[in-house]
Design a protein around this ligand. Structure first.
Ligand code: PLP
Length: 406
């Protein structure tokens, strides 16, 4: 009965890691992975997470009963609070709600499913959904799988100037049909590492408001862009202060290093409390048939950390450790390429923010890096700065130089 099933293509980023593992060359480097690595090239369990895990293990009041369908209340409330800010007008006015989800992906998926069912007409699969060009490749798939039929891209990356194409983006918003959905990266845009400035966000918000466009923020790297949780949430908070109704999908995979615990949160900001409660009641139905109720361990770790001033301070310090290492690798790579005299400009390496950098290497150069140099990176030229270490920097810089000059 399964003989006619075609084989689906592998997921690029996981395939790259599998190829890297199989590569026997001693010089090999993985710049494709979407996770933090230490200067020894190892995964990092945040010290605050280790500490809280022990507290949880020793807490005899905890058990493994089901959580509520919408998740752990103290996790949901505090996750939304760090996205929207302590003095968010929407929180004060009691017009926010949230759903604990399986990672940021789960938050996007529940949000997308809800929008298809209830936004802009019931089960309206024709509402255009706009995704930045380029974007994290799963955005497209999540909205396709949720049933949306009209997925479009909006201008974002200007390859020639290696920066944001603000005019292209604003033009696309002007032309988009009213009520279109726009997926916006809250900070540390994946894969380009290029965010709008506050002033540019203001221009974006003004057009979106005038054109009745729906903002669906994806916040997967809060703390990674600037090292400050508040700064990295600026765009979301500004939109809320402008009176938008919006969704914000949060992932705690990167900023807590809890990749495999699947900790995410979907915040809904609505018009009033009653409105939000009705939305949540529908989301509860969606969760019930999707994963029924979420896992507790990651949510407990995050909730415990966010509710203790001392643990919260420790966490911010841990996030800063990660963000600082990324910054160091950026400046070290740039200075090496500049001293090698590698053709082109390399200021974008330090100007881009977050974990990723869009190097500007073309697919042929990427192929050369992989095949000849055993340095693994995405075909788009995206590299994860955390794949760089003080030990492999020289080799990577020289290899990029050769790829560009050969
Ligand atoms: N959104 C973006 C932009 C991402 O880069 C990622 C992960 O790479 C996610 C969402 C999903 O994160 P999670 O692993 O928590 O599902």
């Amino acid at each position: 009965i399964f003989t006619a099933v075609p084989r689906a293509p592998p997921v690029a980023v996981f395939k790259l890691t599998a190829d890297f593992r199989e590569d026997g060359d001693a010089r090999k480097v993985n710049l494709g992975v979407g996770a933090y690595r230490t200067d020894e090239g190892q995964p990092w369990v945040l010290p605050v997470v280790k500490k809280v895990e022990q507290m949880i293990a020793n807490d005899n009041s905890l058990n493994h009963e089901y959580l509520p369908i919408l998740g752990l209340p103290e996790f949901r409330a505090n996750a939304s609070r760090i996205a929207l800010g302590d003095d968010s007008p929407a929180i004060k006015e009691n017009r926010i709600g949230s759903v604990q989800s399986l990672g940021g992906t789960g938050a996007l998926r529940i949000g997308a499913e809800f929008l298809r069912r209830w936004y802009n007409g019931n089960n309206n699969t024709a509402t255009p959904v706009y995704i930045s060009a380029p974007s994290w490749e799963n955005h497209n798939s999540v909205f396709v799988d949720a049933g949306f039929k009209d997925i479009r891209t909006y201008h974002y990356w200007d390859a020639a100037k290696r920066g944001l194409d603000l005019q292209g983006l604003l033009d696309d918003m002007e032309k988009a049909p009213e009520f279109s959905i726009f997926i916006l990266h809250a900070c540390a845009h994946n894969p380009t590492g290029t965010d709008p400035t506050p002033d540019q966000w203001k221009q974006i918000a003004a057009v979106m408001k005038r054109r009745f466009l729906f903002p669906f923020f994806d916040s997967a790297y809060q703390g990674f862009a600037s090292g400050s949780l508040d700064k990295d949430a600026w765009a979301v908070r500004y939109f809320v202060s402008e009176g938008f109704e919006l969704f914000c999908a949060q992932s705690f995979s990167k900023n807590f290093g809890l990749y495999n615990e699947r900790v995410g949160n979907l915040t809904v900001v609505g018009k009033d409390a009653d409105n939000v409660q009705r939305v949540l009641s529908q989301m509860e139905k969606i969760v019930r048939t999707t994963w029924s109720n979420p896992p507790s361990q990651g949510a407990r770790i995050v909730a415990t950390t966010l509710t203790s001033p001392q643990l919260f301070a420790e966490w911010k310090d841990n996030v800063k450790t990660m963000a600082d290492r990324v910054l160091l690798m950026r400046s070290e790579l740039r200075s090496r390429l500049e001293s090698l005299g590698t053709p082109g400009t390399w200021n974008h390496i330090t100007e881009q923010i977050g974990m990723f950098s869009f190097t500007g290497l073309n697919p042929k150069q990427v192929e050369y890096m992989i095949k000849e140099k055993h340095i693994y990176l995405m075909a788009s030229g995206r590299i994860n700065m955390c794949g760089l270490t003080t030990k492999n920097l020289d080799y990577v810089a020289k290899s990029i130089h050769e790829a560009v000059t050969k």
